[in-house]
Design a protein around this ligand. Structure first.
Ligand code: ATP
Length: 199
């Protein structure tokens, strides 16, 4: 359960968020729509604690764990895809090799590919970013423009994975400037001029 109440944030004189509120129940999928620079990443950064809001509150349940893909995900550039995922999951002592391999294969990434992430395409990096946000069974998942650079076939895989997450009662917030084909939402929120407009 995620409860965001009256979140406001300015950078200097620039107001980015004004009294943004929403709440997300288990299994719900929320779409935050807004143009570039409308404050989508800022909301995610506040929820994850990277940025501090000027006012307002973010409440999470005691058992909640957050997975997030925000902006361009950073990886160990000279390591392979699976080594990166292993490294990230191991930080939380939470590496499940079988699960990680399965997710990579679903996204048409070869877990045995020794290629360094440095050589990955934008779409391949994005897929690793999505996998790291869900591979530890996180139950509140924040995805910023998740399908950027991803081919049509893999977008369908992404939509299928989101269906599974929903069936597992895991909540997802997707921020994007447009719709993702084949994906339906429980809630949609539009950001405009620092204000989130509930539809
Ligand atoms: N650390 C910062 N310092 C100053 N201004 C910032 C900072 N972070 C974001 N901004 C500004 O706040 C506004 C909202 O940025 P944010 O990254 O949240 O937008 P966004 O909706 O995620 O955009 P995009 O779709 O381009 O990622 C932008 O005008 C941006 O320039």
């Amino acid at each position: 359960m995620l409860n965001v109440k009256n979140l406001s944030k300015s950078f200097g004189k620039k107001e980015v968020l004004r009294k943004v509120s929403f709440s997300l129940k288990p299994g719900e999928r929320l779409h935050i729509i807004g143009k570039n620079g409308s404050g989508k990443s800022t909301i995610f950064k506040i929820i994850t604690g990277i940025l501090k809001q000027n006012s307002g509150t973010v409440e999470l349940g005691e058992q909640d764990t957050i997975g997030a893909l925000i902006e361009n995900p950073g990886f160990l550039e000279y390591e392979s895809g699976i080594e990166n995922l292993k490294f990230l999951a191991n930080l939380n002592n939470n590496y499940n090799e079988e699960k990680v391999k399965q997710l990579m294969e679903e996204f048409f990434l070869d877990p045995n590919d020794p290629q360094a992430v440095k050589k990955y395409s934008v779409g391949m990096r994005q897929k690793l970013g999505i996998i790291q946000a869900i591979m530890e069974n996180q139950n509140i998942i924040l995805l910023d423009e998740p399908t950027r650079g991803i081919d049509k076939e893999s977008i369908q895989v992404f939509v299928d994975i989101l269906t599974k997450l929903k069936n597992q009662n895991r909540s997802v917030i997707i921020a994007s400037h447009d719709d993702i084909p084949g994906l339906a939402y429980d809630q949609e929120l539009k950001l405009q001029d620092g204000v989130l407009i509930s539809e």
